[in-house]
Write a protein that binds this ligand. Structure first.
Ligand code: GAR
Length: 211
């Protein structure tokens, strides 16, 4: 049975992955609603994408909070206020604190444009290209308190071709991201991927949790 997901999407910029999620919902291939989009940066295009789709769009600027924990408490407050049940980091370039992770156990996801654990960080596509790698890809994983770490839910390979430029590689990786994130979310909605929310020690599983 499909369970309609209530997504809280975190962004820091362009929001093309957010757009892919919005488009998949509109096309009927993702059983979800985007309850709220929260950006840690002002005036980014992703906020406009949200407003165009009629989704509440909020900026929370860490500079306006005394500590990282205060900022994350405010973030958690907005996610709860908008009744999100799954947090989706889509180009969100900040860590989430234990306040958020504990409130959403195994329910904070991230997408990264490389085959983790390779090429973590904010410039993964450029780094893989510069390293002369022949293969890179896209990873969707459960987030933890470190950048680009946590149990992997899905990976898709993208070969780096001899005549690739950084630009052509970026385009192909983004295309894969825009398919993979909605697919993983739909697998969660249908129960094909089950995320255990109880403290059983199992971080995630593809079958029913035994706890
Ligand atoms: C995406 O490529 C995403 O995978 C990456 O930021 C980009 C955001 O694009 N995230 C990371 O590098 C996380 N370490 P978008 O704003 O157009 O979705």
């Amino acid at each position: 049975m499909t369970h309609k997901l209530k997504l809280g999407v975190l962004i820091s910029g362009n929001g093309s992955n957010l757009q892919a999620i919005i488009d998949a919902i509109a096309a009927g291939s993702l059983d979800a609603t985007v309850q709220v989009v929260i950006s840690n940066r002002r005036h980014v295009y992703g906020l406009q994408r949200a407003r165009t789709a009629g989704i509440p769009a909020i900026t929370l600027d860490a500079k306006h909070y005394e500590t990282f924990d205060d900022f994350n408490r405010a973030l958690l407050g907005e996610l709860l206020h908008h009744r999100a049940d799954l947090v989706v980091m889509a180009g969100y370039m900040k860590l989430v604190s234990s306040h958020v992770l504990d409130a959403f156990p195994n329910r904070v996801l991230n997408i990264h444009p490389a085959l983790l654990p390779a090429f973590k960080g904010a410039h993964a596509i450029r780094d893989a290209f510069a390293a002369g790698a022949e293969l890179t890809g896209v990873t969707v994983h459960i987030a933890n308190e470190n950048f680009d770490e946590g149990p992997i839910l899905a990976q898709r390979e993208v070969p780096i071709l001899p005549d690739d430029t950084l630009h052509s590689l970026e385009s192909r990786i983004h295309e894969v991201e825009h398919r993979l994130y909605p697919e993983v979310l739909q697998d969660i909605a249908t129960g094909k991927i089950q995320l255990c929310v109880r403290p059983c020690g199992a971080r995630y599983q593809r079958r029913a949790c035994p706890c």
